[in-house]
Design a protein around this ligand. Sequence first.
Ligand code: SAM
Ligand code: SF4
Length: 369
Amino acid sequence: MTRELHDGYGRGINYLRISVTDKCNYRCVYCMPEEGVPARAHDTLLRAEEIARFVRLVASEGITRVRLTGGEPLVSHRIVPLVAELRAIPQIEDISLTTNGALLPSLAPALRAAGLDRVNISLDTLDAGRFAAITRRGRVEQALAGIDAALEYGFDPVKVNTVVVRRMEQDVLELAKLSLERPVHVRFIEYMPIGGGEDPVAGTAEARPSSPSAMNSAGPHCGASAASALNPDLWNASDVVPSAELRERISAEGVAAGIGALEPVDSRDGAPYGAGPARYWAFPSAAGTVGFISAMSNHFCSSCNRLRLTADGALRPCLFSDAEYQVREALRAGDDDAVRAIYREAIAHKPQEHDQIDGTQRFMSQIGG
Ligand code: SAM
Ligand code: SF4
């Protein structure tokens, strides 16, 4: 068994998140500009074989868990062979994938057969009009069909990720209720400053709903204008809904709806596998759970075990720091020792924590969210 490498603060690094592409079939308002990310010269992006080769090298340095993300990983034509190549690496124990779910109904059987263990599906609302406004080009039925396909083909666990942005006016109780009948883990994630700038209009009267009742009187297109005012390059702290506030709100709405309050669960009681930062709760007698990831209100840097590989071949030790270690040329030169040396250097420079979360210059789709 290979021992994992430790960074300068004693954290063992065994988890690699890989952005297999920075392209996407959606344009979520908080994640990408409407026209998509700026096109890169094709040869600056890692090919699937290069990604697999990199993982083979770092598997012998202690990486045992890999998550494929993007952009939208399922728009990559090489995603199924890539999963198969990663599955063939003996040290890799766990392969997961984060997707918007749209292409999962058609790809789930091949991904399962290739050896993918589990999937996270992003879904920010169940309201058809608001979903179209947030994703700019998706339909909510696609994501729901993706969740059902994931369950049907035996991915385990199936997690649903919801980024909560105050101005998006999301139907959070309806999303949490997905866990009542289905064995899924619905996780609410605090909105993080990716993209770099500050939004000068967030928090002003015209950008925010005038009252809680304005937020709740959701017609089919409610939220569309507020969502379209969002800009992935401009983040504002007033859009962050702290997990504690959200949990209280979902719990109170659950009581009012006759479902009951959220109760804490721990790993013995069915919280899903994964050494991730979510804390899990559940409605009484629910098949699944409701999780909260407090990226903003509660730092989890001290237990951070991960490194990111961007679509253009840079290693990022921290999501919120723009420090990067470029590994593409060493990979292409076939210089395995140089690749390993860059990998070790990236781990050695993993910051203890991000001093303050104040944004990073790349879009989430380029880093690998
Ligand atoms: N396209 C895939 C998807 O949407 O699941 C994978 C890539 S996407 C960048 C990964 C996750 O990052 C999604 O759940 C998305 O909602 C989340 N995300 C994007 N921008 C974010 C932000 N500023 N704060 C928090 N999460 C964000
Ligand atoms: Fe695409 Fe995922 Fe970003 Fe939405 S969150 S634009 S689906 S990469």
